[in-house]
Design a protein around this ligand. Structure first.
Ligand code: PNS
Length: 170
C-alpha cells in the first residue's frame, strides 16, 4: 500500500502539550505527519512564524516521521502540493465540534479525496489551549505541565520582554 502523508495544520501560538500528545498519536497512525503552521493568521500572533516553527521542531525532534512546515492560502491546496491524503485535527470538548465539523465538511467540498481524521488528546490535556496558556503566563501564573519546558521558557522570555502587551489571541 502507498504511504499515507497527513497534515496537522494550525496556528500553534504556541504549541501545547495537547498538540504534542496529538502529534505523537498521529505519528503512530500515518507514515508521514507534516505539522503545517498557518502564516496568514487573522489575529496577531504572540510568536512569529519562525519562532513557532523553531519551537515545534525543538519539541518534536525525537519523533522520526514528523516534519514542520509553513503554509498560506487554502489548506486543501497545500495538502494537494504535499501529496497528503489526510488532515489531522484534535477535538478536545464538545465546544470544538461545531467549528471542526464545519471546517472538515468545507474542506471535503473543496477536495473530496482528502479525509479529515479527528483524534482526541489524553483527558489530562483536554482543557489546554494556547490562548489560556498565554493568558496565564501574561499574569504571572504557572504553566508547567501544560506546555513543553522549552516553550514555557520562551513564553516567560516573551512576556518579560513585552510587559505592555495587551490582548492575547488563540
Ligand atoms: O489552530 P487553528 O487556528 O484552529 O487552525 C485553523 C486552521 C489553520 C486549520 C484553519 O484556519 C485553516 O485551515 N486555514 C487555512 C485557510 C483555509 O483553508 N480555510 C478554509 C478552511 S475550511
Amino acid at each position: 500500500m502507498a504511504e499515507v502523508t497527513a497534515i496537522y495544520p494550525g496556528s500553534f501560538d504556541p504549541i501545547t502539550n495537547g498538540h504534542l500528545d496529538l502529534i505523537r498519536r498521529g505519528s503512530r497512525l500515518f507514515d508521514q505527519l507534516v505539522i503545517a503552521v498557518l502564516t496568514n493568521l487573522d489575529k496577531k500572533p504572540l510568536f512569529s512564524v519562525s519562532e513557532r516553527v523553531e519551537m515545534l521542531r525543538e519539541v518534536t525532534k525525537d519523533v522520526a516521521n514528523v516534519s514542520v512546515d509553513t503554509f498560506g492560502g487554502l489548506l486543501v491546496d497545500y495538502a494537494r502540493r504535499k501529496g497528503a491524503r489526510a488532515l489531522l485535527r484534535g477535538v478536545r470538548a464538545f465546544s470544538d465540534y461545531e467549528y471542526e465539523l464545519q471546517m472538515a465538511l468545507m474542506n471535503r467540498k473543496l477536495e473530496p479525496a482528502l479525509e479529515t481524521v479527528f483524534l482526541m488528546p489524553a483527558e489530562s490535556f483536554a482543557y489546554i489551549s494556547s490562548r489560556l496558556v498565554k493568558e496565564i503566563v501574561q499574569h504571572g501564573g504557572p504553566v508547567t505541565g501544560l506546555v513543553p519546558p522549552h516553550v514555557e521558557e520562551r513564553l516567560r522570555v516573551k512576556f518579560s520582554s513585552e510587559p505592555a502587551r495587551g490582548q492575547v489571541g488563540v
